[in-house]
Ligand binder design. Structure first.
Ligand code: BGC
Length: 499
C-alpha cells in the first residue's frame, strides 16, 4: 500500500493521507493513470470546451458589470423610481442565486453540455427582452432571465471544465473561466464608457445577445462530459467522447476508474445526501470559500468603484470612469493571468494564502488612507486627487491584483474539484448559490455600511474577513493540485470514515 496525501498545513508538514494500492489496476483505491503525454496536449475538442467556458464566464462578467452604465439612461427613459432602480440592479444576483440551484439540478439531470446550452439560450433571450422592454415589468423580467442564465452558467461551465480537463490542466481550465469573467467585466466598463454619451442603455444591455447566441451554437457541437455519461450508464458514448477529446489517453482504463468511483456510491443522490456527514468537510470548504470570496469585499469594489474613487478625491466623472475601467477592470484581467500560469504549478493553497495576505494588507491601507481624505468644499474645488486619494488608488490596485491571482480563480477551481461525482452537481450549486447570496448581501449592504460606520472602518471590516479567511483556509483547505477528481473523492471517503 502507498500513502496518498492531500497536504493541509504545509508549515507544520502535516498531511491528510489515505492508503491506496500501487497496482495500477483501475480500482477504487488506485491512483488514476494519467499518461504523461495526454495532459500536455490541448486537442481541438478541448479547445471547444475552452470556448464554452470562456463564453460562459464572459457573459457572467458582462451582465454583472454592464448595469452601472445603463442605469442612468433607463431611469430617465422609463421614469424608474428608486426602488425599481434597486430591483433592476440587484435582481440579476437574485436570479443567479436561484439559477445556480436549478443549474446544479439540471447539470445532473440532462448533462453538463445541455445545461450550458440552456444558459446560452437564457442569456440571449434575457438580453433581447431587456433591450426591447417597453415597460418596467418586462425590463425586470429580462433582468431575472439573464440572472438565471448567469447562475446556471456559473454552475455548469466550471463543472464542465473540471470534468473535461486533464488533471494537470484542470486548474488552468477553471481559471480561464475566471479570466473570462474579468474580461466580461472589463468589456462592460468599456462599452458603458463608449455608449454613455448617447445614453444607449438598450444597446448596452442588448449587446450580450450576440455572445449568448454564440455560446448556444458552440455548446450544440461541444462534447458531453464522459463522467456524466458514465453516471448515466452510457459507457459507449462516454468512450466515444473521451476518445474524441483526448485521443492519446488509455480511455478504457480511465472509464474503469470513473466507473469504480461511481460504483462506490451507486444510486441517485438526494438533496439530503449533499448535506450528510460523509461530505460535510468538502461542503464546508465549498461554501466557506464561496462566502469568503465575497465578504472580503470584491464586489463592493467592482460595483462601487466610481463612488469609492469619487470619495478618494477623483472629482470628475471621466477621471472616475477611467480609473475604474483601467485600474480595476484592466488590472483584474491581467492579474488573473498570473493564476493561470501558476495554479497547476504552485497549487491552490499557496495562491489562496498569499492572495488573502495581500488583500488584507491592501484593505488595511485603503481604510487608513480614508482617514486622511478631505471632504467638503476643498475636494469639490480641487482638480487632482490628494496624496491620500492616490494611496487609495494604489492600494485598491494591489487588492485587485491579489484577488485576481487567488480568491477569484482558485475559489471556483476548488469548488469544482472537491465534491464527489455523486453529489457534484448539487453541491457545486449549493456553494455557488452561497456565493451569490453573499454577493447580494455585500453589494446591497455596502453603501449602508459606509453610512453606518464610515469608509475606513468598512474596509477594515473586509480586511478582518481576509484575516479570518486566511486562518480558516490554512487549517481546513487541502491541496488538490495534481489529484484526479476520483482521488479527491476517495480521500474524503477515507478521511470521513476514519473520524
Ligand atoms: C466573483 C465575482 C466577481 C469577479 C471579479 C468572481 O470570481 O465570483 O463575484 O465579481 O470574480 O473578477
Amino acid at each position: 500500500m502507498v500513502r496518498d496525501c492531500l497536504p493541509t498545513r504545509e508549515a507544520s508538514g502535516e498531511e491528510l493521507c489515505v492508503d491506496s494500492s500501487p497496482t495500477g489496476v483501475p480500482a477504487p483505491d488506485a491512483p488514476l493513470p494519467e499518461p504523461p503525454q495526454s495532459g500536455q496536449t490541448v486537442t481541438p475538442w478541448l479547445m471547444v470546451v475552452l470556448v464554452v467556458v470562456l463564453f460562459s464566464g464572459g457573459l457572467f462578467g458582462y451582465d454583472q458589470g454592464v448595469i452601472s452604465g445603463a442605469l442612468h439612461g433607463m431611469t430617465q427613459a422609463l421614469s424608474l423610481s428608486q426602488i425599481v432602480v434597486e430591483v433592476v440592479t440587484s435582481w440579476v444576483t437574485l436570479g443567479a442565486l436561484f439559477g445556480a440551484l436549478a443549474g446544479g439540478e439540471l447539470a445532473d439531470l440532462i448533462g453538463r453540455k445541455r445545461t450550458v446550452l440552456i444558459a446560452g439560450a437564457m442569456f440571449t433571450l434575457g438580453a433581447l427582452v431587456q433591450a426591447l422592454a417597453p415597460d418596467t415589468i418586462i425590463l425586470v423580467a429580462g433582468r431575472l432571465i439573464v440572472g438565471a442564465g448567469v447562475g446556471v452558467a456559473a454552475v455548469a461551465a466550471p463543472l464542465y471544465a473540471a470534468e473535461l480537463a486533464p488533471t494537470n490542466l484542470r486548474g488552468r481550465f477553471i481559471s480561464a473561466y475566471q479570466l473570462a469573467i474579468t474580461v466580461g467585466i472589463f468589456l462592460a466598463y468599456l462599452v458603458d464608457g463608449w455608449l454613455s454619451e448617447s445614453d444607449s442603455w438598450r444597446m448596452m444591455l442588448g449587446a450580450s445577445a450576440v455572445p449568448g447566441l454564440l455560446l448556444f451554437v458552440v455548446a450544440l457541437v461541444a462534447p458531453e462530459s464522459p463522467r456524466w455519461l458514465m453516471k448515466m450508464h452510457r459507457r459507449p458514448e462516454a468512450a466515444a467522447e473521451l476518445h474524441k477529446i483526448r485521443p492519446g489517453v488509455d480511455f478504457e482504463a480511465r472509464l474503469d476508474a470513473i466507473e469504480a468511483a461511481l460504483r462506490e456510491d451507486a444510486g441517485g443522490a438526494s438533496w439530503g445526501e449533499v448535506f450528510q456527514r460523509e461530505w460535510r468537510r468538502p461542503l464546508m470548504i465549498g461554501i466557506g470559500l464561496a462566502v469568503f470570496q465575497q465578504v472580503t469585499g470584491i464586489n463592493a469594489i467592482i460595483y462601487y468603484a466610481d463612488q469609492i474613487f469619487a470619495a478618494a478625491g477623483f472629482v470628475t466623472q471621466s477621471s472616475q470612469t477611467t480609473v475604474t475601467t483601467w485600474a480595476i477592470g484592466g488590472v483584474n484581467v491581467l492579474a488573473t493571468l498570473i493564476a493561470i500560469a501558476f495554479i497547476d504549478r504552485l497549487g491552490r493553497r499557496k495562491l489562496l494564502l498569499a492572495g488573502l495576505l495581500g488583500m488584507g494588507i491592501s484593505l488595511g491601507v485603503v481604510g487608513a488612507a480614508f482617514q486622511f481624505i478631505l471632504r467638503g468644499p476643498e475636494v469639490a474645488a480641487s482638480v487632482a486627487p490628494s496624496s491620500a486619494g492616490l494611496v487609495t488608488l494604489v492600494a485598491l490596485v494591489g487588492f485587485i491584483i491579489c484577488f485576481a491571482f487567488s480568491m477569484g480563480p482558485v475559489v471556483w477551481t476548488v469548488i469544482n474539484e472537491v465534491f464527489p461525482g455523486r453529489i457534484r452537481g448539487r453541491a457545486v450549486a449549493v456553494a455557488t448559490a452561497a456565493n451569490w447570496g453573499a454577493a447580494f448581501l455585500v453589494s446591497q449592504g455596502f453603501l449602508s455600511l459606509v453610512d453606518a460606520i464610515g469608509d475606513g472602518p468598512s474596509f477594515w471590516l473586509f480586511a478582518l474577513f481576509c484575516g479570518l479567511g486566511w486562518i480558516w483556509i490554512y487549517h481546513a483547505v487541502p491541496e488538490t493540485k495534481g489529484r484526479s477528481l476520483e482521488q479527491i473523492q476517495r480521500f474524503w471517503q477515507q478521511s470521513g470514515s476514519e473520524r
